[in-house]
Design a binder for this molecule. Structure first.
Ligand SMILES: Cc1ncc(COP(=O)(O)O)c(C=O)c1O
Length: 309
């Protein structure tokens, strides 16, 4: 199995933190594993355990041509000795189309290439039923590991943090990670989510996912009051970035020594650093959850001329 003890908690020094009584920690989930990194293993863990308890042959999941989730699933399944099937968006593709798909293939994942139209309806009931008939002994996992079991896996992140934390910052795509983290917070802790998508309705998406945990409605409502959505750091939307963001990422690497990616963690860290300038954070302990995403990120260590401090 994957070893999460590699995910340590590090204290980083930024924004005159000592003078302000501000302690900033990073939960290094990016160190968990080279391929099953960051929140990937968190989301896969209980899905894979379910395969064992149900005696499934393996996992069937979905992803785009460059999906890190597909590689992570292929790698994790190979390590635990179960099969993996990846449904890939784009019927024109093959396993030789790019290094992500080639890697999935090399790890033994069976790749099935489907049209964009079919991909769009992949979560619909009728399509799911036909998939279950075609692959009766496979556990179907949503794109990006975005299901109940993924959320429960993400709930474990905070249990590995011994420091007393007031504020947690995390990037958001499907909300699976942030909802898992939220479920594990105590009443005095605040969660600050940074969606990587423009126009994403964070609170609504989180309510739906939290609802799946079937916790009592009053508790679910009070949990939502602990969330602050920072929706001004998407840099144009999913997969989009600006020179300012890239400069920030390379400056952060030069100054702090921590790699970030431009899709998720770079935006979330940019948001956190900007927010922490507010004096309301003085004398508090803050945790950034590094959710990984560094596979295929090249060149961020190049000098940019950006001055982080
Ligand atoms: C590196 C990274 N960070 C953050 C996220 C967002 O996580 P979630 O989709 O659980 O909100 C993702 C997406 O899976 C990701 O790959």
């Amino acid at each position: 199995m994957i070893d999460v003890s590699k995910s340590k908690v590090e204290c980083i020094d930024l924004l005159c933190s000592k003078e302000r009584g501000l302690k900033v920690f990073v939960k290094r989930d990016d160190l968990i594993h080279e391929e099953v990194s960051g929140n990937k293993w968190r989301k896969l863990k209980y899905n894979i355990e379910l395969c064992y308890s149900r005696k499934n042959e393996g996992v069937l999941t979905f992803g785009g041509a460059f999906s890190n989730h597909l590689v992570a699933t292929a790698s994790a399944c190979k390590q635990v000795g179960i099969k993996a099937i990846g449904f890939v968006r784009g019927e024109e593709l093959s396993f030789t189309s790019n290094s992500t798909l080639q890697r999935c293939h090399d790890l033994g994942m069976q790749l099935v290439f489907i049209s964009r139209e079919t991909y769009r309806i992949k979560n619909e009931k009728a399509y799911r039923e036909s998939l279950s008939l075609d692959y009766p002994n496979f556990h179907i996992v949503e794109e990006g590991g975005a299901n109940y079991y993924g959320m429960i896996g993400c709930q474990e992140i905070m249990t590995e943090v011994d420091e007393s934390i007031d504020h947690v910052f995390v990037s958001q795509g499907t909300s699976t990670t942030s909802c898992g983290v939220l479920l594990s917070l105590n009443l005095n802790q605040q969660l600050h989510v940074v969606p990587a998508l423009k126009g994403y309705d964070s609170l609504e998406e989180m309510k739906v996912l939290i609802g799946r945990s079937r916790i009592e409605q009053g508790w679910a409502d009070s949990l939502m009051n602990q969330v602050e959505v920072l929706d001004q750091y998407h840099f144009g939307g999913y997969g989009k970035y600006t020179v300012e963001l890239l400069d920030f990422i390379s400056g952060f690497y030069e100054g702090i020594g921590l790699k970030l990616d431009p899709v998720y963690t770079g935006k979330a860290m940019f948001g956190m650093v900007n927010e922490l300038k507010k004096s309301s954070y003085d004398n508090s302990n803050v945790l950034f959850i590094h959710t990984g995403g560094l596979q295929g990120v090249e060149g961020i260590e190049k000098k940019s001329g950006f001055k982080f401090f």
